[in-house]
Design a protein around this ligand. Structure first.
Ligand SMILES: O=C(O)C1=C[C@@H](OP(=O)(O)O)[C@@H](O)[C@H](O)C1
Ligand SMILES: C=C(OP(=O)(O)O)C(=O)O
Length: 409
């Protein structure tokens, strides 16, 4: 369904409760399947977490994880070590193009039995679960951190634990650290020094562990963009967040200062407030290798504010839900923006006029829909297949209506 967003002003003050982080949720769901004494609260209600739960339920021989990258990668490692269980792991047409060879090779080196059912290097996979007894493996760390997290999550259940050696520049490091922190929280010993990660075995938990998922910072990014494009004094309070987050996207709090947005942490909330107009002497320059999921949000914020930006560290965007660099370029050009892309960066040139009533294609990518929505503060815009947002943020359009956005079909 397409949604028409009519140019809107939002309320001066609003409060939104955002669902749990899908990254934390999908890690904890896998850990809970391995260690049933884990209780999880504030679990993400995203499609990606639902397919993860369904996959882990053990009720299906063919598991379809649709568009969920984390579910695909994490479940590959999980099923590879479930002795005597055979599972076919598949996904959407796009998932069948998203590479998984680095992870499959690493698991095979540990002794796993995995075969490609269509194209080499991509899902669907046929996985015949086995006990994995080897404990050392080397893999390329530049393509996706999800391969590394997948191995780390199952590592404490391997007989001898695991030692991972990472080759090349490590991408999306905060996601690896999040995985290690969650392992530490349940009492697993880990080390991460230079390019070597170790995980010691932990056959079971002695006591029940209650884990509370922090709300999703990537989802919060759209509110940062909205406040940045709103009038002075506009405030949005979001719950439940904390200052010492495991999520790399919490970098938003410092990044958006340059767009005049101040973040205050109070109890379990953050309040975003527009406190100054943006007066920049030079272009915004950011390396987003640690937080790739907020690249689209930041680019559209700059477009809406008529600012130039140069964003680097974006090589992983090419293999996400869509080729996000290409998608950004196509849609921004339709709006009248000037943008150049390379394989790992983008340059947006400042322009002051947005073309009205443009139809934004979303390419089955939730973040294309959500990143462009804040432009409704500047112009009328139509978001095609708007319900792609449910991949990570079910209530997105309702929450925008709560803020005061005028939305119709
Ligand atoms: O581990 C995770 O939860 C994620 C890791 C990142 O992927 P890459 O490591 O492939 O960049 C990120 O883009 C994705 O949304 C979630
Ligand atoms: C890239 C993303 O997800 P995944 O890789 O898990 O599909 C995302 O949510 O932006």
């Amino acid at each position: 369904m397409h949604l028409k967003l009519h140019q809107s002003h939002i309320k001066k003050e609003s409060h939104i409760t955002v669902s749990g982080s899908k990254s934390e949720s999908n890690r904890l769901l896998l850990l809970q399947a391995l260690y049933p004494k884990i209780n999880i609260s504030n679990l993400s209600d995203s499609d990606d977490s639902h397919v993860m739960q369904k996959g882990l339920s053990g009720h299906f021989d063919v598991v379809d994880i649709h568009h969920a990258g984390t579910a695909m990668r994490f479940l590959t490692a999980y099923f590879a070590m479930q002795a005597q269980k055979e599972v076919v792991l598949t996904g959407s047409e796009r998932m069948k193009e998203r590479p998984i060879k680095i992870l499959v090779d690493a698991l095979k080196n540990l002794g796993a039995d995995i075969t490609y059912m269509e194209n080499d290097g991509c899902p669907p996979l046929k996985i015949l679960g086995k006990e994995l007894v080897k404990d050392k493996v080397t893999l390329n760390a530049h393509v996706s951190s999800q391969y590394i997290s997948a191995l780390l999550l199952v590592a404490p259940k391997l007989k001898n634990g695991l030692e991972l050696t990472l080759k090349g520049e490590i991408t999306s490091v905060p996601y690896i650290k999040m995985t290690l922190s969650l392992l530490e929280q349940i009492g697993v010993d880990t080390t991460f020094k230079d390019n070597i990660i170790t995980v010691t075995p932990k056959p079971s938990l002695d006591k029940t562990i209650d884990s509370i998922v922090e709300s999703d910072w990537s989802s919060a990014s759209y509110f940062y963009s909205i406040v940045a494009m709103s009038s002075m004094g506009t405030k949005i309070t979001l719950s439940s967040y904390k200052e010492n987050s495991l999520q790399g996207d919490s970098e938003l709090a410092s990044i958006y200062q340059q767009f005049g947005v101040q973040t205050s942490f109070k109890k379990n909330t953050i309040t975003l407030e527009k406190i100054s107009e943006v007066t920049l002497e030079k272009d915004i320059e950011l390396n987003l290798v640690n937080c790739p999921d907020i690249a689209q949000t930041i680019t559209v914020t700059c477009l809406g504010l008529g600012l130039s930006c140069y964003l680097s560290g974006l090589h992983t965007l090419r293999i996400k839900e869509t080729d996000r660099l290409q998608a950004l370029k196509t849609e921004i050009k339709k709006l009248g923006g000037h943008i150049n892309i390379t394989d790992n960066s983008l340059k947006l040139h400042a322009s002051n006029k947005l073309i009205r009533n443009i139809e934004i294609n979303t390419y089955n990518d939730h973040r294309m829909a959500m990143a462009f929505a804040p432009l409704a503060l500047k112009t009328d815009i139509l978001i095609k297949n708007a319900y792609v947002v449910t991949k990570s943020y079910k209530a997105f359009w309702d929450d925008l209506k709560t803020l005061g956005f005028k939305i119709s079909q």
